[in-house]
Ligand binder design. Structure first.
Ligand SMILES: C[S@@+](CC[C@H](N)C(=O)[O-])C[C@H]1O[C@@H](n2cnc3c(N)ncnc32)[C@H](O)[C@@H]1O
Length: 262
């Protein structure tokens, strides 16, 4: 019994370390206090739930990097987040990125997630943001044309194809005309680690979904070839920018900036 427990524990620790190393790439190691901004910290079980590691340092620093990466992507494409009216963090998790908008002066800051534990925590701890619950499918709780920007960091990476399409449509619904959608995907870098039949499927331009029955959780992993995002997933939206492995707070995921036509 003790041996079983010990081996389970050691497997879990090993997995956490591997994930931590994977997600930790490119994330600078700023001391916790500097990155924390004086806001409450989520319990480690919630950090683990969204990040696959309970490394607080990683949570804070990668979140800061994700927020900086969003700003930079907007700047590079001629948009200023401070001049926006409202922004939405779709699949906001434990507020890893959301918490870094606490001093943003311009836009109303909103978040949404399908997991009530994450939403409840964000509502309590990140009072500057309007955080609401949505279903795994369906819609978010805001009217048409509410947002100038919606972003979804490592969310479409855990959705099946039909559900992913439906959420793209839903994001388009809540964007203002000319509004922006920033998403991250598992692209070519992650496809290298797929077993051969799935890697071939990916290189033939098809999405690959692993463990679709666990959709919404990190156990389900979806891989989107760039061609698939350009020609299919982005339907109804214009592709403004694509940076392979450019999602700096979500290391080695591709970053996409899409725009709803005016
Ligand atoms: C890998 S975590 C990323 C969390 C957060 N975006 C971040 O970067 O820290 C994926 C998040 O997507 C959320 N999620 C998955 N499916 C969702 C859905 N259909 N609607 C809203 N959120 C969803 C999960 O609950 C989880 O918080």
């Amino acid at each position: 019994m003790r041996t079983d427990r010990a081996s389970l524990l050691s497997r879990a620790v090993g997995k956490a370390r591997r994930l931590s190393r994977r997600f930790g790439e490119r994330v600078t190691n700023v001391p916790i206090r500097a990155a924390n901004r004086g806001l409450s910290l989520p319990p480690s079980r919630l950090i683990y739930l969204v990040a696959g590691t309970n490394d607080l340092n990683w949570f804070l620093n990668s979140g800061a990097q994700a927020a900086a990466s969003i700003r930079e992507t907007l700047d590079r494409n001629g948009y200023d987040i401070n001049r926006m009216g409202a922004i939405l963090d779709f699949g906001c998790g434990a507020g890893r990125t959301l918490r870094h908008w606490d001093t943003l002066k311009g836009p109303k800051v909103c978040g949404s997630d399908y997991n009530p534990r994450l939403v409840n925590w964000c509502r309590k701890a990140l009072g500057f943001a309007d955080v609401r619950l949505n279903g795994l499918t369906g819609g978010v709780a805001w009217p048409d044309a509410t947002f100038d920007l919606a972003y979804a960091l490592s969310v479409f990476t855990h959705l099946t194809e039909p559900v992913g399409f439906a959420w793209i449509d839903e994001m388009a619904r809540v964007l203002k005309p000319g509004g922006l959608l920033l998403i991250t995907t598992h692209g070519d870098h992650y496809a290298q680690s797929l077993p051969e039949p799935e890697r071939n499927q990916y290189h033939a331009g098809e999405a690959v979904v692993r463990l679709p029955g666990r959709e919404g959780t990190n156990d389900c992993a979806t891989f989107h070839p760039p061609r698939y995002v350009k020609e299919r997933l982005s339907r109804g939206l214009e592709v403004v920018d694509h940076v392979p492995e450019g999602a700096l707070g979500n290391p080695r995921q591709d970053l996409w900036l899409l725009r709803k036509p005016s």
